[in-house]
Design a protein around this ligand. Structure first.
Ligand SMILES: Cc1cc2nc3c(=O)[nH]c(=O)nc-3n(C[C@H](O)[C@H](O)[C@H](O)COP(=O)(O)OP(=O)(O)OC[C@H]3O[C@@H](n4cnc5c(N)ncnc54)[C@H](O)[C@@H]3O)c2cc1C
Ligand code: FES
Length: 276
């Protein structure tokens, strides 16, 4: 008998681990920081909606990495920018990084937004720091010559940043603040409900939503009634970040549970089962 040989199975792609060097850190808005890292391997391969898993300090405290969306990729394709709100120990440590420090990164992780297909207009809805992936998304949408309707809600006007750096061509911006200090008074979901009846007029549209779970939950009915498809980027607390620990699962209508880190963080909005 002739020995039959089969090729060994292709190895599972491993998330790349690298050291990002701090190029700059600014407090862009009160309590909100933008962190530029020289990380060419991630800058070259990241797509909008993907995230990096960041070790906030050497040693064991905090034990787990912290996930942050890629906010921007430098034109030189060497640097990435993260924006984060200082909320706890991990982001507190990151907010004090000195220029030149090496930061342990894993990524880019997750699936990212699906930008394939013939849509002409993108409605991008962001709540608070949910705006983080929306800038990178807007850059890529503009490069693909899509019209962009960006709807961003924050607590107050000082939390808006970077709007003058967005691509200008084909972009319309609508802002909402809970205290009425800028734009529509109220939540981004209220503003979006007013805009959606007109948003679909005049061509094929795709919706992209990024923000905390309560925002996505309250956005879902109006978004799903809009007549066009929506993708949503979810935020869950994470440990491993690579689909192993099952610590970040979300319930979906078809097929039980999915991990936000490896199957997401971007899901079809209509397919998510939000817990009441
Ligand atoms: C895919 C993904 C992308 C993210 N991108 C960004 C980003 O670009 N910018 C940004 O500021 N934040 C982002 N987050 C949230 C960010 O990871 C957390 O704010 C961060 O881990 C907090 O770490 P900490 O040690 O400072 O706070 P902790 O001490 O761990 O927690 C402080 C407070 O924040 C809450 N919290 C912590 N993690 C999360 C989370 N994942 N979702 C919701 N609430 C949380 C805790 O419940 C607690 O109330 C993202 C989360 C995910 C899952
Ligand atoms: S964080 Fe471990 S499976 Fe998602």
């Amino acid at each position: 008998l002739k020995e039959t040989r089969t090729n060994p199975p292709a190895p599972e792609p491993r998330p790349a681990r690298c050291t990002g060097i701090v190029k700059g850190l600014d407090e862009t808005a009160p309590g909100i920081f933008s962190l530029d890292l020289d990380a060419p391997a991630i800058a070259r391969s990241a797509s909008p909606g993907q995230f990096v898993h960041v070790r906030a300090a050497d040693g064991w405290d905090p034990l787990w990495r912290r996930p942050f969306s890629v906010h921007r990729v430098g034109k030189n394709r060497r640097t990435i920018r993260l924006v984060f709100r200082r909320v706890g120990r991990g982001t507190g440590l990151l907010s004090r990084l000195a220029a030149g420090t090496g930061v342990d990164l894993l990524g880019p992780l997750g699936n990212g937004f699906d930008l394939e297909g013939g849509f002409k207009t993108a409605v991008v809805a962001a709540g608070g720091l949910g705006i983080a992936p929306a800038f990178f998304l807007a850059d890529r949408l503009a490069a693909a010559k899509k019209r962009i309707v960006l709807v961003w809600g924050a607590r107050t006007r000082s939390e808006f940043f970077g709007l003058d750096t967005l691509p200008r061509r084909g972009l319309r911006i609508h802002l909402a603040t809970e205290d009425g200090s800028e734009g529509y008074r109220g939540r981004v979901t209220g503003l979006l409900e007013n805009l959606l009846p007109d948003a679909g007029a005049g061509g094929s549209v795709r919706g992209f939503a990024c923000g905390p779970t309560p925002m996505l939950r309250s956005l879902a009915p109006a978004a799903l009634a809009s007549g066009f498809a929506w993708q949503a980027s979810l935020e869950e607390r994470m440990a491993c970040g690579v689909g192993v620990c099952q610590g970040c699962v979300v319930r979906v209508r078809e097929g039980g549970y999915r991990t936000v880190c490896a199957d997401g963080p971007v899901f079809d909005l209509g397919g998510i089962e939000f817990d009441d």
